[in-house]
Ligand binder design. Structure first.
Ligand code: ZN
Length: 562
């Protein structure tokens, strides 16, 4: 019967009018320079969209059949179209708060830093807290951390705490230390360090990793309205830069409640792939309630637990197998206990929950690979809800070369941030020595070993701009084109690989490669449209390229005024 129908319809078609009666599209993009990230058909001119899906990819002339009376046709004037860019590692509300509090990004010297702090303190009410983040001392002369005494000069009365850009350290003033009751006798908390003056033993102002909490808990809690506003502000900035999804690397169910509210009102259109912190109450809730999958028209998914296994390299909190080359009395520290991690990993495998773990140092990377391997051995594929669980290591920054092949062998995904390399490589040689830089930020070695490498920005640790990340990945040079000994140019990626790092590979790392990540018929219509062809222009021109339009779910959510 079915065969007969096919024969009849073929006969009918052969005598039917010239063009097929296709459903008209809602949107047709024409005259574009389209890179699809689909190896089978990598280039096109036009895309037709109906509802939230791509219904056609091909030539301008063939796209014409999708243009009906009510179809909106967008002439791209030759602009470059990519699958919607994904930031595989971002902290969304942190990006919003960076805009809303004292933003110390781009601070050029200690004097510049103190001037910015003073300006803010002068506006504050007596005793009011001043908070902010974004400073990084590595380009200051000399490149040393600011101190409590520095801050006291400009903020004698107001308590102040200011996070280093990497989030793994903060400097506070005496008023803040006093309120927190932290002094020379306060012991270091687990997973953190109160930096102390060598001679007097008094805190010098810097608080590393978990020690920040000793002071931060005295900062009045963020109001619900500010927490919401941070998400709106962060998401707006993201779509204007061309991100169509961000993978939010940690947080709580409070964040999820905010996202749901803002999706409900339509204030946020950005897709969010959300992780919650664990081990602890948020992870326990995810394990017992199960994942949230594709709510709000595939915008919100929560299926991942974020673990933090060490600190950062800049503040010497990254856990290393051997001591720091420039501070031989420390090797950094782990920030999670194996005995707390183990039952959670086993449970996650049984329940089909993804785990992603922050690991910067070679010791932390080996530690988490060992723990992942142990859990994978304990729970056989048949006992897992998802047999290939696609667990991730966030950053995978300094990896002993012997451990690189273990990722592919275990099916672990290294989720990496190109801008970290071009920021860190100024001080990494002194922290690590040149030898240990083999296996540092080793994108190409990872790809060659047989894994995908989703790319992210880690904003607000870094700026969080797709063009900076794309440039860093392909050039592996600083924004002025500089590189030096030990930067390992062979670890840069090709432009085709970089395109995948921000499109189909993060889709894979989110179990969404069938839904998104390439420009193909049937996939969700997410597009990032750029002012220049970043697959061809000189490297430094990538940094001048702008997002001209962002499309999410077939909706133009941002268009630059050109
Ligand atoms: Zn992060």
């Amino acid at each position: 019967m079915r065969l007969l129908l096919i024969v009849v319809s073929v006969l009918f078609l052969s005598i039917a009018p010239r063009t097929l009666p296709v459903d008209p599209a809602d949107l047709v993009f024409k005259n574009g320079n389209v890179y699809t990230a689909n190896d089978a058909a990598p280039h096109a001119q036009a895309i037709a969209v109906k509802g939230d899906r791509i219904v056609f990819v091909g030539s301008d002339s063939a796209a014409q059949q999708f243009v009906g009376k009510s179809t909106r046709v967008v002439d791209l004037h030759g602009n470059t179209v990519m699958p919607g860019f994904v930031d595989a590692h971002q902290h969304l509300s942190g990006v919003g708060f960076r805009e809303m509090t004292l933003n110390l990004e781009g601070t050029t010297s200690l004097e510049d830093f103190l001037a910015k702090v003073k300006a803010r303190v002068d506006q504050a009410k007596p005793g009011e807290w001043v908070t902010g983040r974004g400073w990084i001392e590595t380009h200051w002369q000399p490149p040393v951390f600011p101190t409590r005494a520095d801050l006291d000069r400009v903020a004698p009365n107001n308590p102040v705490i200011l996070g280093r850009a990497d989030g793994h350290g903060a400097v506070a003033n005496s008023a803040a230390f006093k309120l927190a009751g932290v002094d020379k006798n306060t012991p270091n908390p687990f997973g953190g360090e109160i930096s102390k003056d060598k001679e007097t033993g008094e805190p010098n102002g810097m608080l590393l990793d978990a020690a920040q909490g000793l002071v931060r808990r005295k900062v009045p809690p963020t109001s619900a309205a500010d927490a919401e506003r941070a998400v709106v502000v962060g998401a707006k900035r993201d779509v204007e830069l061309g991100w169509t999804q961000i993978q939010d690397a940690g947080g709580s169910y409070d964040d999820i409640a905010i996202f749901k509210k803002l999706y409900g009102t339509g204030e946020v259109k950005l897709r969010i792939y959300k992780a919650v912190y664990g081990p602890g109450p948020n992870a326990n809730r995810l394990l017992s309630e199960g994942p949230i999958l594709g709510e709000f028209q595939n915008r919100l998914t929560v299926r991942t637990i974020k673990v933090v296994s060490d600190g950062a390299l800049g503040s010497r909190g990254a856990a290393l197998l051997a001591p720091y080359s420039d501070k031989p009395d420390t090797s950094g520290f782990l920030t999670v206990k194996a005995e707390e991690l183990r039952p959670m990993l086993v449970e996650a495998l049984r329940k089909g929950i993804q785990v992603e773990t922050h690991a910067i140092g070679d010791k932390a990377n080996r530690f988490i690979l060992d723990e992942y391997e142990r859990a994978l051995n304990e729970v056989s594929a048949a006992q897992r809800k998802i047999s290939a669980p696609r667990w991730r290591v966030e950053h995978s920054q300094i990896v002993n070369p012997a451990d690189i092949p273990r990722f592919a062998k275990l099916g672990i995904i290294p989720s990496m941030q190109p801008s970290h390399a071009i920021g860190d490589l100024f001080f990494a040689p002194s922290r690590l020595g040149l030898d240990r830089l083999a296996g540092a930020y080793a994108w190409q070695s990872f790809i060659k070993s047989g894994v995908v490498v989703p790319g992210g920005s880690d904003a607000p640790v870094e700026r969080g701009e797709p063009m900076i990340e794309f440039y860093a990945a392909v050039a592996r040079k600083d924004p002025k084109g500089f590189s030096s000994d030990g930067w390992h140019p062979e670890e840069a990626v090709t432009r085709e690989q970089a395109l995948k790092m921000f499109t189909i590979w993060p889709a894979y790392a989110a179990f969404e490669e069938k839904l998104r990540g390439t420009i193909e018929t049937g996939k969700l219509a997410d597009l990032t449209i750029l002012s220049a062809d970043i697959m061809k222009i000189p490297e430094l021109d990538i940094l001048k390229t702008r997002c001209v339009m962002t499309v999410i779910n077939g909706e133009i959510v941002f268009a630059a005024n050109t």
